[in-house]
Ligand binder design. Sequence first.
Ligand SMILES: [Mg+2]
Length: 392
Amino acid sequence: MKIESVDFFYLSMPVVTDAGDGSQDALVVRLRAGGIEAWGECEASPLTSIASFVCPMSHGACRPVGASVLGEDVSTPADIARIAATIQWNSMDLLQAAHTWSGVEIALWDLLGKKRGEPVYKLLGYQRAYPKTPYASQLFGDTAQQTLEFCRAAREAGYRAVKCGWGPFGRGSVKNDADHLVSAREGIGPEGILLIDAGQIWGEDVAAAEARLPILEQVRATWLEEPFNGSAYEAYGALAKRPSSVKLAGGEAAHNIHMARHTIDIGKVGYIQIDCGRIGGIGPAKQVADYAVGKGVTYVNHTFTSHLALCASIQPFAGLPDHRICEYPVKPQPMAWEMCKTHIAPDANGDVRVPEEPGLGMEIDRAAMKKYLVDAEITVGGKILYRTPSLD
Ligand SMILES: [Mg+2]
């Protein structure tokens, strides 16, 4: 199948705030080939990513992503990997390329699955998809009392695991963080799995993170996520050396497989969290999952946008029964929820599974997307390089 078209749709809430909430806008990819329409989603700043698909070539190592994609033949997973390798070479100095390509790559898996009548996880070599335990992924409250209420609400909604992140955590005193952590534990109850996301707040300040370890242990946090900059592998490694019941989690910042391996090998994380919309798509994410299995590290999806992205994010570890915990955005913005007609809902046991339908098995809601579609145009020297395409 020849890739005939790749269209980018920039969706946004009417107002975007500085909250650590990645569901406020989205970049959705529609790919057409062989009479099939397939969908993917980038996890990135939408306009920047569109630009990296259409921008004029700067030099040989800085070519637009689109030049390596459009017109290419795709009939096997190896073809997807071939295009990925071409982009890596042709766009090596275009740092947004991996994020742009990620959404296209996800759409290519959707395409192959639809063509073959198989779900994506089977194309990845898994025989079956195992249930995952979704954790309610949410932000810390502004106050400890609000954190308690958020966590209690997640528990009452049936979640056995809750993650609190960003917000005020790490920005004030150790005492303030302790108040939030104690409240979070109280909210989810003694049995709940409690996960904490520091959102890179301490840069590479190992001592600042270490000061929180006793209270993290006291509230029985399972992991401390992203205490440091996503590439500060040595800081992760230094903190991981401290004897503690709290393991480190990280890897969402990886926009290539090498960064993910460094997070495991140098950063010594216990949980590697991969965002398919950033690392280059489902293929490299599956390679990280295989690598994690070999290293005794648990693979976890990272996702904070729509259920299209959620579905893509679960595929790489769908067939790993022991890698059970799964990020599940619990309070997405209306745009991120409405853009899909199908959703991955928890079953009676509170578990989630990827669809068994061909490809990603997700149906897009065009009417809903139209409500949030941002009209944009990129013009260079009087020539239109991008204009928001029609959703029809
Ligand atoms: Mg995170």
